[in-house]
Design a binder for this molecule. Structure first.
Ligand code: FCB
Length: 401
């Protein structure tokens, strides 16, 4: 059943990021190699440098109205070579987490957010036979060392990684096989299950989950066949992974950005956009109702729901504010209808390196100049206002914190 510890803030208003996208000074991982091979729009560099400017950033997040921050750990820093643990990197993350807490921000920590150390990638990445043991060794180390963390996410977007890296081939390792992608997905699920049990054995009170990328699939034409196709895509892409991990999740983490349209048009593409509607810098359609639908649907799992990512890439700050308000509004309605929603993390606090798209999409609540100067954008006020208004929980208790 749904359980939310009274030691945590009743509602988390957060910003989300990941190591590779903001830290800079990356010593080397599979993404850096991918960038060097010219597979992205430009390469990641050090101008954001969250690795050294984290104190300033957590203060900024606080100013944005957040009481939580989602980050990820860069495995390649912690274990640069097999079995060699870098104590300085562990200490550095411990300082980062202390600074986060000192600002009154609850950390939610992702163990793996897409990047892999080179030794793992070169051995076969998620399909390497040693992957499970290597991931569990890492998990044990980080959970023992970072005891200030009460919210863990093992793997970010277990469906997106195989889709982009192993089926479409636009992310490392660049394979193009659905069959291989599905093997990766089942590997991730198996690893999550063991990592979940391991974390709970070390920190029984910690809440552990996954961040699932979910999409609202809508029938392009209102026919029974299109409706059936949309329902099939929902079952396959959204529900399958959650169904197969539901016993080993203390919260249901949802990353929601957009909707896609179910159509039989060729070439077959399960994720088509509509033509002629306004799209974000990512080419995604804005659909707050989708968040309502998916949060209301996820309530069936009987676990607290965290929106572990939601955000817009735009330079139009009115648009950003509308996006935040409409999506939080949709969540409020889902909660009023009975969904136990416990957190909303905006992606992202800072403009950052958006994987294959490089620095062009601007998701941040703050801009980062080439010299690293941060400037909070006008759209950030929307998060502050929503947080100040509080969040009425399903049981009627207020979530102002
Ligand atoms: C999600 C990723 C995150 C970021 C956003 C825009 O799929 O988890 O790292 O790139 O999309």
């Amino acid at each position: 059943m749904s359980e939310w510890p009274s030691t945590l803030p009743p509602f988390l208003w957060g910003v989300a990021s990941s190591s590779h996208q903001v830290e800079g000074r990356q010593p080397g991982n599979d993404w850096l190699s991918w960038e060097e091979a010219g597979r992205t729009r430009g390469r990641s560099d050090d101008h954001i440098d969250h690795w050294t400017r984290y104190r300033e950033d957590v203060a900024l997040y606080r100013e944005m109205g957040a009481n939580a921050s989602r980050i990820s750990l860069e495995w390649s820093r912690l274990e640069p070579e097999p079995g060699r643990w870098d104590d300085d990197a562990f200490d550095h993350y411990a300082d980062m987490l202390d600074a986060t807490r000192a600002q009154g921000l609850e950390p939610l920590v992702t163990i793996s957010h897409f990047t892999l150390p080179l030794f793992v990638a070169e051995a076969g990445g998620w399909l390497w036979e040693g992957m499970e043991e290597a991931f569990l060794r890492l998990t044990e180390k980080v959970v023992q060392r970072f005891s200030q963390v009460r919210l863990w996410c093992t793997i970010n977007e277990p469906t997106v990684l195989p889709l982009m890296g192993y089926e479409e081939g636009v992310w490392p390792p660049g394979q193009r096989s659905l069959r291989v992608g599905l093997r990766v997905l089942s590997r991730e699920i198996a690893i999550h299950e063991r990592a979940y049990r391991l974390i709970k054995s070390i920190e029984p009170a910690a809440l552990v989950g996954l961040a699932h990328h979910v999409v609202r699939f809508r029938p392009l034409v209102n026919t029974p066949a299109h409706r059936a196709l949309a329902a099939f895509l929902h079952r396959t892409f959204n529900a399958w992974t959650i169904d197969h991990t539901k016993e080993v999740q203390d919260f249901i983490g949802l990353n929601y950005y957009s909707c896609r349209w179910a159509t039989f048009r060729r070439p077959v593409n399960p994720f088509p956009n509509r033509r002629g509607v306004p799209l974000t810098q990512m080419g995604w359609e804005i659909d707050p109702e989708g968040l309502f639908d998916l949060a209301a649907w996820a309530a069936r799992y009987g676990r607290p729901i965290l929106i572990t990512e939601n955000g817009i890439a735009t330079d139009d700050e009115d648009e950003r504010a509308r996006y935040i308000k409409s999506h939080v509004g949709a969540l409020r309605r889902a909660a009023a209808g009975g969904a136990d929603v416990r957190g909303y993390f905006y992606w992202s606090g800072l403009d950052n390196f958006e994987w294959a798209e490089g620095y062009r999409p601007h998701f941040g609540l703050a801009a980062v100049a080439p010299d690293g100067t941060r400037t909070i954008k006008a759209g950030a006020a929307a998060l502050r206002e929503e947080a100040a208004a509080g969040f009425a929980l399903t049981d009627g208790r207020g979530g102002v914190s």
